[in-house]
Design a binder for this molecule. Structure first.
Ligand code: E4P
Length: 217
């Protein structure tokens, strides 16, 4: 499973990149707003440091403006994936951009039917939002499983990008169910390394190192 980092925080991206954990980056208008920076500048800066796909989201609601925005975003770098919402205008924009060879990430997906439409429109990625479904007591991971089955039934090449990931368990479950990619905030990716027994074991080893005076260098 590929790891995308769901952030516009450059330092956080650089930190995770040093561990080999950044296969790509996703952003959305809320994350750009949180960064307090100009969208074109921050996306360019991310593309300069991350060779993998970088999702940048349009902000218009109608097809013509969305397409113009998508083309402007795509011109920033060859690794841009234009992110469009799962509306008919978004699907139309997805079709035009993907036919022209631009990667497209169709976002705000909450049903298997929506994912089917995105695949038919040529999406590179479909982003089902797990956490926001869990928030309303619908199992987000079931949706990932349904989309996996449908895409495999028909050989769709659209990649399932598990989004709105809130916990390390979401990462494990997305990997088990066969998501192609998971995008998560930096803190969730970092939390994946935590285990109480790892820390306990290390504490014990370090106590013995001290007692026995073990040195290597
Ligand atoms: C994905 O591309 C979205 O940016 C993101 O995962 C949304 O997550 P949230 O529901 O925690 O805001």
């Amino acid at each position: 499973m590929k790891f995308f980092v769901d952030t516009a925080d450059i330092d956080a991206i650089k930190e995770l990149q040093a561990y080999g954990m950044v296969d790509g980056v996703t952003t959305n208008p809320s994350l750009i707003a949180k960064s307090g920076r100009n969208i074109l500048e921050v996306i360019k800066e991310i593309c300069d440091i991350v060779p993998g796909p970088v999702s940048a989201e349009v902000v218009a609601l109608d097809h013509d403006t969305m397409l113009a925005e998508g083309r402007k975003l795509a011109a920033i770098a060859p690794n841009i994936a234009v992110k469009v919402p799962l509306t008919w205008a978004g699907l139309q924009t997805c079709k035009v951009l993907s036919d022209a060879g631009t990667m497209v990430n169709v976002t705000l997906c909450f049903s298997a039917n929506q994912a089917l439409l995105a695949a038919k429109a040529g999406a590179t990625y479909i982003s089902p939002f797990i956490g926001r479904l869990d928030d309303i007591n619908i199992d987000g991971m079931d949706l990932i499983g349904d989309i996996r089955t449908i895409y495999d039934n028909y050989g769709f090449e659209t990649q399932i990008l598990a989004a709105s990931i809130r916990t390390a368990n979401h990462m494990k479950d997305a990997a088990l169910i066969g998501a192609d990619v998971a995008t998560a905030p930096p803190a969730v990716i970092k939390a994946m390394a935590n285990h109480m027994l790892t820390q306990q074991g290390l504490d014990g080893f370090m106590a013995d190192v001290k007692t026995a005076g073990i040195t290597i260098l």
